[in-house]
Design a protein around this ligand. Sequence first.
Ligand code: SF4
Ligand code: SF4
Length: 474
Amino acid sequence: MLATAKSGGCASPSCGLSAKTDDMDPAIWEKIKDHPCYSEEAHHYFARMHVAVAPACNIQCNYCNRKYDCANESRPGVVSERLTPDQALRKVIAVANEVPQLSVLGIAGPGDACYDWKKTKATFERVAREIPDIKLCISTNGLALPDHVGELADMNVDHVTITINMIDPEVGAKIYPWIFYDHRRYTGVEAARILHQRQMLGLEMLTARGILTKINSVMIPTVNDEHLIEVNRWVKERGAFLHNVMPLISDPAHGTYFGLTGQRGPKPVELKALQDSLGGGAKLMRHCRQCRADAVGLLGEDRGQEFTLDKLPGEVIYDAGKREAYREVVACERGDHVAAKSQAVAIVKAADSGKSLLVAVATKGGGRVNEHFGHSKEFQVYEASPRGISFIGHRKVEQYCLGGRGADATLDGVIAALERIDIVLCAKIGDCPKDRLAEAGIRATDVYGYDYIETAISALYAAEFGVEPMAATA
Ligand code: SF4
Ligand code: SF4
């Protein structure tokens, strides 16, 4: 439940307000409002889970090694156990009974949900029968997608992610060594050309049926980084709802082609520069956490290890009670949050300082500054500037404080991850980490603990640049 959630009735004057923008089609808002990946605002409140039921894949990407399995590893394609559709159903019910934030079930590797279609379909049919209000979502490389768009629409799957890394087969040949299509294997430029054609066809078919499509692109420096500007234009023209540019994760220990050949991933500053340059194209997703293929929980947390098969009860019966109660609380909380956010943005804009602040926030959900510095496994990064307050990404860190004690080496890593951040906001911070951050030129404060993130940032911004916090709303 939300850190601030109260049981019983809601006294909020703004209960029922939504974060829907004035120009958004209500039907689209209905589809995205509880989806943590399609709505940045929803990701503070709602959780997803992935089930790894479809392990077969019809292409090879140079950044993927599906054999790799490490419970501490968080990246797409990585999974601890594969499930049958019946096991997946048991797991989804067990999670839904324990994680009230759950709103989305995704099939996102390892393998391709459209290629391993029978298992994908069997899983969705079983889950939709038991938990009709859960959103169903797939992620695919697109090669087999056109064969299943009709069935996806029939199953009410309104969210599909296609990974599109190129529109030029010459670029594609550097990313995909082979594909398996129409009973034969293709390599090189020919393989990439077929993949490209199928991806575009699949995207156009989804758009024609009103299915919201998110495009994931892996940013690979010197291979497709500049090319992604062109990809963004193409997918926007074909109706993509969101474009999610993710950094290549490359490490020799992962055993991928790119990892073993020393291909580096982009630095955060390079990723941000590319994302900023895509401002005019398809709407950008900046809050992706590159989740494991068996992730469970809010984005940024992974409770998958609590729900491995050996920990599931033999029989599970779905109890809708917790999820329904949570949704009632969230409906009120979200209304308050939207009102607070709009006031905070007005304050920052009115300050008219011409300056910007990069703020890292320790949060465990609910849109509030509500995590201790030492307990954070990631910080959400916001930019406050004359344009307003924008979420611009996150920085993953190793948890610094374990069992009440912090390790110096871990703190060094946290400080390095916070490079270029001006101020850290958290619910609590001790003198030692605060002093160490200050030595690195990063300020930290817990005076805004439990405030809404935007409210805290606006107060900070106003204090920083000498504006009275409430003056802007007068
Ligand atoms: S499509 Fe997905 S599962 Fe298949 S090789 Fe690429 S990343 Fe791996
Ligand atoms: S990988 Fe990104 S898009 Fe997929 S579930 Fe995680 S946050 Fe959402």
